[in-house]
Design a protein around this ligand. Structure first.
Ligand code: F6R
Length: 263
């Protein structure tokens, strides 16, 4: 695992966006795994800006989102499809027919989830999966005790996640208690994982994720089992890491990160 600590949340987002942009330039038919949430908004703003002003080309990309609320489709402004259109897809040149978000309104959610997995597989899998992290340590909506082998499925959200996300709704009581999410196993199948966490409220869960024991009580610890996982933090989210100075040192020395020093 690589842990990269940037001075501010904005620079953390910019670094993650640059890693994505460089990957898309190197392989234009890139399969992006995408996330929603507050952390991703400025990252997507960078990608949209680079598309508009520098011609960053997404025309051959496909995208697969982590999750969607049960009962919501794209017409609902609190849906993750709406979020993706608003923050990214409407601002870049990706073909919307190649943007996939789990189906939260299917009559048979399990069949739709299986179809989502099949679509991902038939497209060649996810090249890089972008991740945020919830206060419970969820990635996607894989709450504590999600199996590390879990696949895309309908899940029930925890009280902590309700408290984290319901303030984003006009009426907090409108937040669904269920979602469809890629599983931890689905996420681990991506060729590369890129987790971004910022802000002091993430510091404890980040320390457990990076330095704690691997446990299904904290889904994000599964990143420790992936051969190419990168964790990008701001100083606040990194504050409780024991190895903070070592990680900063390694980032500066590592030739793989030479092009990313002056973000
Ligand atoms: C979103 C998702 C979640 C969020 C996490 C952090 O698609 O899957 O895991 O990434 O809840 O959310 P923010 O960035 O709002 O703190």
């Amino acid at each position: 695992m690589d842990v990269i600590i940037m001075p501010t949340a904005d620079k953390a987002a910019k670094l993650a966006a640059k890693i994505i942009a460089d990957a898309v330039k190197a392989k234009p038919a890139y399969n992006l795994g995408l996330a929603t949430g507050r952390t991703m908004e400025r990252l997507y703003a960078y990608l949209a800006d680079w598309h508009k002003n520098e011609g960053l080309d997404f025309s051959l990309c496909k995208s697969f989102n982590l999750d969607e609320y049960v009962g919501f489709d794209g017409s609902n402004k609190d849906s993750y499809r709406y979020y993706m259109n608003f923050h990214l897809f409407d601002k870049i040149n990706i073909d919307k027919r190649n943007t996939y978000v789990p189906n939260g309104v299917a009559d048979d959610l399990e069949a739709a989830a299986a179809e989502y997995e099949a679509t991902m597989e038939s497209c060649g899998g996810v090249d890089m999966q972008l991740l945020g992290i919830g206060r419970t340590g969820h990635i996607g909506f894989n709450e504590p005790l999600s199996s590390f082998s879990s696949r895309t499925r309908a899940v029930t959200l925890t009280k902590t996640t309700y408290e984290q996300n319901s303030p984003l709704f006009d009426k907090p009581e409108d937040m669904p208690m269920r979602a469809v999410t890629m599983g931890v196993g689905t996420i681990l199948d991506a060729k590369k994982l890129l987790l971004v966490a910022t802000g002091a409220e993430k510091a404890s869960i980040v320390a457990k994720t990076v330095e704690g024991p691997v446990t299904s009580m904290i889904s994000a610890t599964a990143l420790q089992m992936h051969e190419d996982a990168v964790v990008i933090l701001d100083e606040e989210a990194a504050a409780k890491l024991e190895g903070i100075e070592e990680y900063k040192w390694s980032f500066k020395q590592d030739p793989r990160w030479a092009a990313y020093q002056d973000i």
